[in-house]
Design a protein around this ligand. Sequence first.
Ligand code: ADP
Ligand code: ZN
Ligand code: ZN
Length: 810
Amino acid sequence: MSELPAHSFRYCEIALPVPVDRLFTYDLPLTLRHRVRPGCRVLAPFGSRKLVGVVVRSHDGPVAGDAREVLGLRDEEPVLDSELLDLARWIAEYYCAPIGEVLRGMLPLGGEIRRSTQYSLTSSGRDVARQLVLRPESDAALRLLGLLEERTRSATFLSSKIENAPVLLRSLVKRGWVVAEDREEERDPLRAAPARLQAEFIRRATSQEKLKKGERELLAFLELHPGPHNVAELALKVKRAGESARSLGRLELIRLEIEGPRFPTGFERPVPILNAHQQAASDAIQGALEKNEFKTFLLQGVTGSGKTEVYLRSIEAALALGKNALLLVPEIALTPAVAGQFFHRFGQQVAILHSAFGDAERADQWRRIRNGHAGCVVGTRSGVFAPVQNLGLVIVDEEHDGSYKQQETPRYHGRDVALVRARNAGAVAVLGSATPGIETRFNADHGKYQMLRLPERIARRPMPQVQVVDMRLEFLETKRQDSFARKLLEDMEQRLAQGEQTMLLLNRRGFSSFMVCRACGERLLCQNCSIVLTHHRRDRRMLCHLCGFAEKIPSACPKCGSDKIQFLGTGSERVEDELHRFLPTARIARLDRDSASGKGAFENILRTFRDGEIDILVGTQMIAKGHDIPNVTLVGVVLADIGLSLPDFRAAERSFQLLTQAAGRAGRGATPGHVVIQTLNPDHYAIRFAAEQDYDGFYSKEIEFRKALRYPPFAAFANVLVRAAKQEDALRMATQLGYLLNPAPDGVRVLGPAEAPVLRVRDEFRYQILLKAAKRTTLRDTLRTLRAFAEKEKWRSTALVIDVDPITLM
Ligand code: ADP
Ligand code: ZN
Ligand code: ZN
C-alpha cells in the first residue's frame, strides 16, 4: 500500500459531492504533487465553499482554462482502492448518478465541512441574563439565555433543547442580546482518534526534550502501568491523551492498536453437524472458492432450513484459503443475536457495519477492515463498500429484501452492487433467500447463477400449516366487525394456555384510521403531502406517515366548521385494544416504527420476547424478517390484502414474500407451527401460494405476468420523477421531458408523464415517467439525455430523480 508513486503530476481530477455528472480539474501545489494519489481525499475550493472530494486520477494536462488550486490533502494513504474506485464508476454509470455523490456514499462518512450557526451572548445580553429582567419574554427565552450564558451554542443544539428556538433567537438578535456567527466545521471520523484505541508502552525516547509536556506525561504513565490502556480512559488521567498518543505512536514509542468490538454474549450455539442438503451446498461453494474465479450461487432454502449455517461454513472455508468474506444482511435483521453468532464463530476477525453505529465506531470498524484485522465483515446495505482486501466471498442474505435498495441518490441496489464487486474481485457470490426476487430466480433458471436448494427444515421439522380465513364470510356469520376471526382468537387462547408464543403481523398502511367530516365529506389531509393524516389516539395527534407532520385532533371540521367528525378505518391501536379485551391475561407488546424508535428499543422488545416475557408480539413487517425464536408456534396475519392493491407491478411479489416470510417464523422449535392468514381476497394467487408456501408455484405464475406486460426481468426499467414546490413548475418540467421523449427513442417504451401515485410529498408536487427498454444500454442513453437536459436548463439539483431498477413506484 505504501509504495511511492513513480511520477508527480501537476493536475488532478476530483469527484466532488455535488449533483453534477462530471469531474473537476484542480491544480496541485508543489508540496502535494508527489503525495496525491487516486483514492485520496483532498480539500478543494468550489464556488465560495470548500468541499472534500476524492481524487480519481492525476495528470500533466493540458487543461482547459484556469484550474484552481487544491487546498489540502486529507489522506497520505488512499481511502479508496482501485477496486472501489472502479465500483464507484460502475454505479455512477449504471444508476445514472453523479460520481461525486456515489463516492461520498462509499466512505463511512465523507469528512464533511458542516456549516453551522453559532450563537453567543453580547455584553448587554450577559447583563440581561444575569438580572433576568425579561418582561414579556417567556420562560423559553429565559432558558435560552441561560444556556448561552454557559457558552456559545449551535442553532441545532438550541433547537433540540427549546421549542421555537429559531424565532426566539431572531428576536433576541434583534434586541442586540445575542449575536449569530456562521462557522465551518470539519468533521472527519476517519482522521479522528478511533473510539476504542489502545496504547501500550514500547520504549523510552532517546531525547526527552523533543517531546511536548503532555507526551512526556503520557509516556511516563504508560511505562509505570504496563499493558494496554484504552485511550479514551487515559484522557481522564492525562491531558490531551488522544493527541499525545497519536504522536507517540508515530514515533514508535508506544504501540497503538484499535480494540476489536465487544462480543454480544448469550447467543453461543454448538457447531451443528450439517444435514445432507447443507453439506452439498457448502461443498459446492467451497469448490468454487478453491477455483479462484467469479461464480454466483442462489441458495434457495425454505424458512428454517439453516441457511445461516451454510454461510458460516462458507466463510470458514474462505478464511482457511486466506481470503476475506463479506456478508450483507437486511437492515432490520442485524440484531445482537446475529452478530453474536458470528463473534462466537470468528471472534475478533469479525467487523460489524451498522447504520445505527456512531461515526467513530463506524470509522473504527472501517480501519480494522482496511488494515486486514477483520476478515469477516457483516454489514447492512452500505457494507457493500467495506474496504475488504483480498475479497474471496460475498454473501447476500435475504437477497429479496427491499432494504437493499437505497431510496436516495445514488439509488443503488446493494445486492446487485455486491455481484458486480464479486465479479471484479474474482470472488464467489452467494444469494440466499426462501423467497428469491423474481429477477434472481429468473437468472438462476437461465444459467447465470447456480442453484443450491435446501428443500426442508432443520431436523425434518414440518413446514407450518397455514389456514386462510375469508373475512367476508366471517363478517357475514358473526355480524361483527372485529379485527380477529374466531379461529385466530381460539388459536391464540390455546397458545397462551400452553405457554407458547404468537406473532401477529399487522401491516401499518391498512391499520390506520383517518378523519372524515360527515357534514361535508372533508378528509383531514397533510399540509405537505396529498395523503390523509392518521389518527394516533394515544398521542392525541393526527400524524402524516410520509413526512411526520403532526397536528392536534380538531374538534370541528376545518372546512365547514361542523362538529360531526368521525374516524374511519381500523387503527393499529384499536387492534391492540381488541386483543387486550379478548385476552385480558396475555402479555402483549408492539413492534413498529413508533414503539421501536430510539436506539436499542427494537432490540429490547425482541429480547424480552425471546426471553418469554411476552406472549403476543404485534408488529409491522419488522417482525417478519429473519428472526429465529423457537417458542413461536402461531403466526397470525391480521389482513393479508394490504399491499396487493397498490399500483405497482411488484405488489404481488412483495405480498407473497411478506406472507411467506411471516409464516416462516412459526414452528422453528420442536413444536410444529400454525399460521392463520385473514383476508378479503382468499383467491388471489399471491395469498394462495403463500398459504401453501409454494415459491415455485408463485414464481411460474408471476413470471408469465411479467413476460406478458414486459416488466423486469423482460425489460430494463426506470422511474423518472420530476419534483417542484409549485405544481405548474413540476408539470411544465415533466412535459418538457415528455417532448424530449416524443417520439420515443428506438427500443424504449415511455409511459407518462403522469401524476405520481402520491402527487404531493413533503410540500413538493411530483410527476413521473416510466421507461421500459429492451436493452440496458438504450435505457442508459435515454436517461443520460434527460439528465443532460436538466443540467442545461439549470434545474434545481433535486428536481430530477432517476431511479434505475426501482423496487417501488410509489
Ligand atoms: P433460515 O435462515 O434458513 O430460516 P436458520 O439459519 O435461522 O434458518 O436456521 C434455523 C435454526 O436451525 C437455527 O436455530 C440454527 O441454529 C439451526 N440449525 C442450522 N443448521 C443446523 C443443523 N445442521 N443441525 C441442527 N440445527 C441447525
Ligand atoms: Zn366539514
Ligand atoms: Zn406529510
